[in-house]
Design a protein around this ligand. Structure first.
Ligand SMILES: *Cc1c(COP(=O)(O)O)cnc(C)c1O
Length: 337
Protein backbone atom coordinates (compact mmCIF):
# COMPACT_ATOMS: atom_id res chain seq x y z
CA UNK A 1 0.00 0.00 0.00
CA UNK A 2 1.25 3.52 -0.74
CA UNK A 3 1.75 5.91 2.17
CA UNK A 4 -1.30 7.52 3.69
CA UNK A 5 -2.75 10.76 2.26
CA UNK A 6 -4.43 12.07 5.39
CA UNK A 7 -7.62 14.14 5.35
CA UNK A 8 -6.32 16.11 8.34
CA UNK A 9 -4.38 18.96 6.73
CA UNK A 10 -2.96 20.19 10.02
CA UNK A 11 -0.61 17.20 10.15
CA UNK A 12 2.99 17.87 9.12
CA UNK A 13 3.27 15.42 6.27
CA UNK A 14 6.65 13.71 6.09
CA UNK A 15 5.49 10.30 4.90
CA UNK A 16 5.43 10.04 1.10
CA UNK A 17 8.56 11.85 -0.07
CA UNK A 18 6.77 14.69 -1.81
CA UNK A 19 8.66 17.95 -2.22
CA UNK A 20 7.94 20.53 0.49
CA UNK A 21 8.41 23.23 -2.15
CA UNK A 22 5.76 24.42 -4.61
CA UNK A 23 5.72 23.37 -8.22
CA UNK A 24 7.63 25.88 -10.34
CA UNK A 25 5.43 28.90 -11.02
CA UNK A 26 6.14 28.54 -14.73
CA UNK A 27 5.06 24.91 -14.69
CA UNK A 28 1.83 25.46 -12.80
CA UNK A 29 0.78 28.42 -14.93
CA UNK A 30 1.48 26.42 -18.11
CA UNK A 31 -0.79 23.69 -16.74
CA UNK A 32 -3.48 26.21 -15.81
CA UNK A 33 -3.40 27.62 -19.33
CA UNK A 34 -3.99 24.16 -20.79
CA UNK A 35 -7.06 23.76 -18.58
CA UNK A 36 -9.09 25.73 -21.13
CA UNK A 37 -8.24 23.21 -23.87
CA UNK A 38 -9.25 20.00 -22.16
CA UNK A 39 -11.81 19.40 -24.91
CA UNK A 40 -8.93 18.10 -27.03
CA UNK A 41 -6.95 14.89 -26.63
CA UNK A 42 -3.40 15.21 -25.44
CA UNK A 43 -0.55 14.53 -27.88
CA UNK A 44 0.04 10.75 -27.72
CA UNK A 45 3.65 11.27 -28.82
CA UNK A 46 4.37 13.91 -26.18
CA UNK A 47 6.43 15.53 -28.93
CA UNK A 48 7.18 18.88 -27.33
CA UNK A 49 7.93 17.39 -23.94
CA UNK A 50 10.15 14.75 -25.49
CA UNK A 51 12.05 17.48 -27.32
CA UNK A 52 12.59 19.30 -24.01
CA UNK A 53 13.82 16.14 -22.35
CA UNK A 54 16.11 15.17 -25.23
CA UNK A 55 17.83 18.53 -24.90
CA UNK A 56 17.98 18.26 -21.14
CA UNK A 57 19.48 14.75 -21.00
CA UNK A 58 21.43 14.99 -24.25
CA UNK A 59 19.93 11.77 -25.56
CA UNK A 60 18.03 10.91 -28.72
CA UNK A 61 14.29 11.59 -28.61
CA UNK A 62 13.64 7.97 -29.67
CA UNK A 63 15.22 6.92 -26.39
CA UNK A 64 12.61 8.63 -24.22
CA UNK A 65 9.11 7.62 -23.21
CA UNK A 66 6.87 9.66 -20.91
CA UNK A 67 4.44 7.90 -18.63
CA UNK A 68 1.71 8.59 -16.13
CA UNK A 69 4.09 8.66 -13.18
CA UNK A 70 7.10 6.38 -13.18
CA UNK A 71 4.96 3.60 -11.73
CA UNK A 72 3.44 3.33 -15.21
CA UNK A 73 6.93 3.04 -16.73
CA UNK A 74 7.67 0.23 -14.26
CA UNK A 75 4.41 -1.41 -15.21
CA UNK A 76 5.27 -1.29 -18.94
CA UNK A 77 8.79 -2.55 -18.25
CA UNK A 78 7.44 -5.48 -16.24
CA UNK A 79 5.19 -6.41 -19.16
CA UNK A 80 7.90 -5.93 -21.77
CA UNK A 81 11.07 -7.29 -20.18
CA UNK A 82 10.36 -9.71 -17.36
CA UNK A 83 9.40 -12.92 -19.20
CA UNK A 84 12.39 -14.68 -17.57
CA UNK A 85 11.60 -13.13 -14.20
CA UNK A 86 12.84 -10.22 -12.15
CA UNK A 87 15.51 -9.82 -9.48
CA UNK A 88 15.43 -7.15 -6.80
CA UNK A 89 16.36 -6.50 -3.18
CA UNK A 90 14.44 -7.77 -0.16
CA UNK A 91 14.24 -4.18 1.01
CA UNK A 92 13.37 -1.81 -1.79
CA UNK A 93 10.45 0.00 -3.41
CA UNK A 94 7.39 -2.12 -2.62
CA UNK A 95 5.80 -1.69 -6.03
CA UNK A 96 8.29 -4.09 -7.71
CA UNK A 97 6.87 -6.99 -5.75
CA UNK A 98 3.28 -5.84 -6.24
CA UNK A 99 3.66 -5.72 -9.99
CA UNK A 100 5.44 -9.09 -10.22
CA UNK A 101 2.70 -10.68 -8.16
CA UNK A 102 0.02 -9.19 -10.39
CA UNK A 103 1.55 -10.59 -13.57
CA UNK A 104 2.86 -13.84 -12.07
CA UNK A 105 6.45 -12.81 -12.82
CA UNK A 106 8.95 -15.09 -11.11
CA UNK A 107 10.92 -13.01 -8.64
CA UNK A 108 14.33 -13.60 -7.16
CA UNK A 109 14.64 -11.67 -3.92
CA UNK A 110 18.20 -10.66 -3.11
CA UNK A 111 18.86 -9.73 0.53
CA UNK A 112 20.70 -6.50 1.21
CA UNK A 113 23.88 -6.80 3.24
CA UNK A 114 23.74 -6.53 7.02
CA UNK A 115 24.30 -2.75 6.78
CA UNK A 116 21.36 -2.49 4.33
CA UNK A 117 23.60 -1.76 1.33
CA UNK A 118 23.54 -3.64 -1.97
CA UNK A 119 26.24 -6.16 -2.88
CA UNK A 120 26.37 -5.58 -6.62
CA UNK A 121 27.96 -8.97 -7.32
CA UNK A 122 24.65 -10.53 -6.25
CA UNK A 123 23.24 -9.03 -9.46
CA UNK A 124 25.87 -10.39 -11.83
CA UNK A 125 24.53 -12.90 -14.36
CA UNK A 126 21.07 -12.53 -12.92
CA UNK A 127 19.58 -14.48 -15.85
CA UNK A 128 16.55 -12.22 -15.63
CA UNK A 129 15.73 -8.53 -15.39
CA UNK A 130 17.39 -6.84 -12.44
CA UNK A 131 15.54 -3.89 -10.93
CA UNK A 132 17.62 -1.61 -8.75
CA UNK A 133 16.45 1.63 -7.15
CA UNK A 134 19.36 4.04 -7.01
CA UNK A 135 19.36 5.53 -4.42
CA UNK A 136 17.48 2.64 -2.86
CA UNK A 137 14.26 3.17 -0.96
CA UNK A 138 13.66 3.30 1.94
CA UNK A 139 17.36 3.20 2.86
CA UNK A 140 18.49 6.12 0.66
CA UNK A 141 21.81 4.37 0.07
CA UNK A 142 23.26 5.01 -3.41
CA UNK A 143 25.45 2.96 -5.71
CA UNK A 144 28.26 4.57 -7.70
CA UNK A 145 28.24 4.88 -11.46
CA UNK A 146 31.01 2.26 -11.59
CA UNK A 147 28.84 -0.17 -9.64
CA UNK A 148 25.95 0.33 -12.05
CA UNK A 149 28.27 -0.12 -15.00
CA UNK A 150 29.55 -3.38 -13.54
CA UNK A 151 25.98 -4.70 -13.23
CA UNK A 152 25.32 -3.74 -16.87
CA UNK A 153 28.50 -5.46 -18.05
CA UNK A 154 27.71 -8.63 -16.13
CA UNK A 155 24.19 -8.90 -17.59
CA UNK A 156 24.86 -8.44 -21.31
CA UNK A 157 21.79 -10.42 -22.39
CA UNK A 158 19.29 -9.06 -19.92
CA UNK A 159 17.69 -5.70 -19.33
CA UNK A 160 18.80 -3.88 -16.18
CA UNK A 161 16.30 -1.36 -14.83
CA UNK A 162 17.68 1.48 -12.73
CA UNK A 163 14.95 3.39 -10.93
CA UNK A 164 16.31 6.87 -10.29
CA UNK A 165 13.31 8.34 -8.46
CA UNK A 166 15.63 10.02 -5.92
CA UNK A 167 18.76 10.52 -7.98
CA UNK A 168 18.60 14.33 -7.94
CA UNK A 169 19.28 14.51 -4.20
CA UNK A 170 22.93 13.57 -4.35
CA UNK A 171 23.47 10.34 -6.30
CA UNK A 172 24.95 9.98 -9.78
CA UNK A 173 22.57 9.37 -12.67
CA UNK A 174 23.47 6.63 -15.12
CA UNK A 175 21.73 8.25 -18.12
CA UNK A 176 25.27 8.92 -19.45
CA UNK A 177 25.68 5.14 -19.93
CA UNK A 178 22.66 4.76 -22.24
CA UNK A 179 24.72 5.16 -25.42
CA UNK A 180 27.12 2.42 -24.37
CA UNK A 181 24.76 -0.18 -22.91
CA UNK A 182 21.74 -1.27 -24.91
CA UNK A 183 20.47 -3.27 -21.92
CA UNK A 184 20.07 -0.21 -19.68
CA UNK A 185 16.64 1.21 -18.91
CA UNK A 186 16.64 4.24 -16.63
CA UNK A 187 13.41 5.29 -14.96
CA UNK A 188 12.94 8.77 -13.57
CA UNK A 189 10.07 10.77 -12.14
CA UNK A 190 9.04 14.38 -11.76
CA UNK A 191 7.15 13.49 -8.57
CA UNK A 192 9.86 14.13 -6.04
CA UNK A 193 12.63 16.50 -7.09
CA UNK A 194 10.42 18.55 -9.42
CA UNK A 195 7.42 18.93 -7.11
CA UNK A 196 4.96 17.30 -9.53
CA UNK A 197 3.70 14.23 -7.65
CA UNK A 198 0.06 15.06 -8.35
CA UNK A 199 0.76 15.81 -12.02
CA UNK A 200 1.87 12.18 -12.52
CA UNK A 201 4.82 12.41 -14.87
CA UNK A 202 7.48 9.75 -15.16
CA UNK A 203 9.83 8.66 -17.90
CA UNK A 204 11.81 5.75 -19.24
CA UNK A 205 15.15 6.47 -20.88
CA UNK A 206 17.18 3.97 -22.84
CA UNK A 207 18.21 2.43 -26.10
CA UNK A 208 15.65 3.12 -28.84
CA UNK A 209 14.77 -0.56 -29.20
CA UNK A 210 13.87 -0.83 -25.53
CA UNK A 211 11.75 2.31 -25.79
CA UNK A 212 10.08 0.90 -28.91
CA UNK A 213 9.04 -2.17 -26.92
CA UNK A 214 7.60 0.01 -24.18
CA UNK A 215 5.78 2.11 -26.76
CA UNK A 216 4.13 -0.99 -28.15
CA UNK A 217 2.63 -1.62 -24.72
CA UNK A 218 1.66 2.01 -24.26
CA UNK A 219 -0.18 2.16 -27.61
CA UNK A 220 -1.94 -1.11 -26.82
CA UNK A 221 -3.14 -0.03 -23.41
CA UNK A 222 -3.15 3.73 -22.88
CA UNK A 223 -2.10 5.87 -25.88
CA UNK A 224 -3.03 9.17 -24.19
CA UNK A 225 -1.25 8.25 -20.99
CA UNK A 226 -0.03 11.78 -20.20
CA UNK A 227 -2.66 14.51 -19.94
CA UNK A 228 -2.15 17.85 -21.64
CA UNK A 229 -1.88 19.93 -18.46
CA UNK A 230 0.85 17.72 -17.08
CA UNK A 231 2.64 17.71 -20.44
CA UNK A 232 2.78 21.50 -20.44
CA UNK A 233 3.90 21.58 -16.82
CA UNK A 234 6.60 19.00 -17.47
CA UNK A 235 8.16 21.02 -20.25
CA UNK A 236 8.40 24.09 -18.05
CA UNK A 237 9.75 22.01 -15.19
CA UNK A 238 12.70 21.08 -17.40
CA UNK A 239 13.17 24.67 -18.54
CA UNK A 240 12.99 26.05 -15.01
CA UNK A 241 16.21 24.31 -14.12
CA UNK A 242 17.40 27.00 -11.74
CA UNK A 243 14.38 26.60 -9.48
CA UNK A 244 14.83 22.82 -9.53
CA UNK A 245 18.53 23.00 -8.62
CA UNK A 246 17.83 25.45 -5.84
CA UNK A 247 15.16 23.23 -4.28
CA UNK A 248 17.30 20.10 -4.47
CA UNK A 249 20.13 22.04 -2.81
CA UNK A 250 17.85 23.18 0.00
CA UNK A 251 16.58 19.65 0.60
CA UNK A 252 20.12 18.26 0.70
CA UNK A 253 21.20 20.92 3.21
CA UNK A 254 18.18 20.26 5.41
CA UNK A 255 18.78 16.50 5.20
CA UNK A 256 22.36 16.88 6.36
CA UNK A 257 21.47 19.26 9.20
CA UNK A 258 18.64 17.08 10.53
CA UNK A 259 20.77 13.95 10.14
CA UNK A 260 23.44 15.34 12.39
CA UNK A 261 20.86 16.43 14.97
CA UNK A 262 19.36 12.94 14.95
CA UNK A 263 22.80 11.40 15.43
CA UNK A 264 23.38 13.70 18.39
CA UNK A 265 20.07 12.46 19.82
CA UNK A 266 21.37 8.88 19.59
CA UNK A 267 19.82 7.74 16.32
CA UNK A 268 21.48 5.39 13.91
CA UNK A 269 21.04 6.45 10.26
CA UNK A 270 21.70 4.99 6.86
CA UNK A 271 23.72 7.27 4.57
CA UNK A 272 20.85 8.70 2.59
CA UNK A 273 21.33 10.41 -0.77
CA UNK A 274 17.56 10.80 -1.12
CA UNK A 275 14.96 13.30 0.11
CA UNK A 276 14.28 11.21 3.19
CA UNK A 277 16.09 10.03 6.29
CA UNK A 278 15.98 6.42 7.49
CA UNK A 279 16.67 6.21 11.20
CA UNK A 280 16.32 4.04 14.29
CA UNK A 281 16.88 4.50 18.00
CA UNK A 282 17.82 1.77 20.46
CA UNK A 283 15.46 3.06 23.17
CA UNK A 284 12.24 3.25 21.16
CA UNK A 285 10.76 1.02 18.50
CA UNK A 286 9.93 2.28 15.01
CA UNK A 287 6.26 1.60 15.55
CA UNK A 288 6.14 3.48 18.84
CA UNK A 289 8.06 6.40 17.42
CA UNK A 290 5.69 6.57 14.45
CA UNK A 291 2.67 6.53 16.79
CA UNK A 292 4.10 9.10 19.20
CA UNK A 293 4.94 11.44 16.35
CA UNK A 294 1.53 11.02 14.80
CA UNK A 295 -0.15 11.82 18.10
CA UNK A 296 1.82 15.07 18.09
CA UNK A 297 0.82 15.98 14.54
CA UNK A 298 3.84 14.72 12.59
CA UNK A 299 3.25 11.96 10.05
CA UNK A 300 6.25 9.81 9.09
CA UNK A 301 6.41 6.34 7.51
CA UNK A 302 6.92 3.09 9.36
CA UNK A 303 7.29 -0.23 7.52
CA UNK A 304 6.12 -3.20 9.52
CA UNK A 305 8.53 -5.50 7.70
CA UNK A 306 11.33 -7.80 8.84
CA UNK A 307 14.79 -6.18 9.09
CA UNK A 308 13.47 -2.60 9.00
CA UNK A 309 10.67 -2.44 11.55
CA UNK A 310 12.93 -0.62 13.99
CA UNK A 311 13.25 2.29 11.56
CA UNK A 312 11.17 5.28 10.61
CA UNK A 313 11.45 6.97 7.23
CA UNK A 314 11.17 10.73 7.39
CA UNK A 315 10.69 12.84 4.27
CA UNK A 316 12.88 15.94 4.33
CA UNK A 317 10.52 18.91 4.64
CA UNK A 318 11.16 22.61 5.05
CA UNK A 319 13.55 23.73 7.79
CA UNK A 320 10.53 24.92 9.76
CA UNK A 321 8.72 21.57 9.57
CA UNK A 322 11.91 19.70 10.39
CA UNK A 323 12.37 21.95 13.40
CA UNK A 324 8.95 20.88 14.67
CA UNK A 325 9.85 17.26 13.93
CA UNK A 326 13.11 17.51 15.91
CA UNK A 327 11.42 19.24 18.86
CA UNK A 328 8.94 16.39 19.04
CA UNK A 329 11.66 13.78 18.73
CA UNK A 330 13.61 15.32 21.60
CA UNK A 331 10.48 15.51 23.74
CA UNK A 332 9.53 11.90 23.04
CA UNK A 333 13.03 10.71 23.94
CA UNK A 334 13.01 12.74 27.14
CA UNK A 335 9.73 11.14 28.20
CA UNK A 336 11.17 7.69 27.44
CA UNK A 337 14.07 8.14 29.87
C1 LIG B 1 8.03 7.42 -5.66
C2 LIG B 1 8.73 6.32 -6.37
C3 LIG B 1 8.35 5.90 -7.65
C4 LIG B 1 7.08 6.32 -8.32
O1 LIG B 1 6.90 7.60 -8.49
P1 LIG B 1 5.75 8.16 -9.45
O2 LIG B 1 5.07 9.16 -8.63
O3 LIG B 1 4.88 7.03 -9.91
O4 LIG B 1 6.52 8.72 -10.58
C5 LIG B 1 9.12 4.96 -8.29
N1 LIG B 1 10.19 4.42 -7.71
C6 LIG B 1 10.57 4.76 -6.48
C7 LIG B 1 11.77 4.12 -5.88
C8 LIG B 1 9.84 5.71 -5.77
O5 LIG B 1 10.18 6.01 -4.51
Amino acid sequence: MPGEQPGDKSLIKLNTNESPYDTSERASSAAAQKASELRLYSDPECAELTQCAAGYYGIDKDGILFTNGSDEALNYAALAFCEKGAAFADITYGFYKVICDLYGIDRKIIPLKEDLSIDISDYFNAGRTAIIANPNAPTGIALSLDDIEAVLKENPDDVVIIDEAYVDFGAQSCTCLIDRYDNLLVIQTMSKSRSLAGGRLGMALGNRELIEDLNRIKYSTNPYNVNSMTMAAGCCAFLDNEYFTENCGKIINTREAVSSELKKAGFELTESKANFIFAKHSRISGKELYTELRNRGVLVRHFDLPRINEYIRVTVGTDKDMGVFMDNINQILKEKK
